[in-house]
Design a protein around this ligand. Structure first.
Ligand SMILES: [Zn+2]
Length: 172
């Protein structure tokens, strides 16, 4: 009986740590995909799109080898030692994101990106919104997206709204 009491206190202290945000471990899965996109705003003139987006406004698009890092935080489960099973996290990222964007043109081929200017910023925000309710254990902490070795964005889920330009962003 004494042992059981101690175990319950352990769970309580784990829960308090969780509420305080202490005792957190951050687990990251890195994934890769290749995709093309074109950056332009359909409400701008051609001249303004050229001035702002420059080469990224190339009418037939251009490609990137993206690197996606998804981080989940939490207390390790007492019995498994896992915050999240990385195989599960891998499978969720693959089925929810990678399978849908890899080797695709992001302006045309991906239903959940229709009408959105496919900058790395906007991709990270959309990926977060897809993943946030799919994580089985732990809490989604960050979505980091590398567009190149030197350029990357990181999103932590603060509320933000992305304008949707509807068909204008597709048909130009
Ligand atoms: Zn680009």
């Amino acid at each position: 009986m004494e042992g059981e009491y101690i175990v319950r206190l352990d769970y309580l202290s784990e829960f308090i740590n969780y509420l305080k945000g202490t005792g957190m471990v951050y687990v990251t899965r890195k994934s890769h995909f290749s995709a093309s996109h074109r950056l332009f705003n359909p409400t701008f003139s051609d001249e303004k799109n050229d001035a702002i987006f420059d080469k990224c406004n190339n009418i037939n698009g251009h490609g990137h080898n993206y690197v996606l890092e998804v981080t989940v935080k939490g207390n390790p489960n007492r019995e498994t030692g896992y915050v999240i099973d990385l195989k599960q996290l891998r499978d969720i990222i693959e089925s929810e994101i990678i399978d849908k964007v890899d080797h695709k043109h992001l302006n045309y081929d991906v239903p959940f990106l229709q009408g959105i200017i496919p900058t790395a910023e906007n991709l990270a925000i959309v990926f977060w919104s897809i993943l946030k309710n799919s994580i089985p254990t732990g809490i989604l902490y960050s979505v980091k997206l590398f567009e190149s070795d030197n350029n990357f964005v990181e999103y932590f889920g603060e509320p933000v709204s992305i304008p949707n330009y509807g068909n204008g962003a597709v048909l130009s």
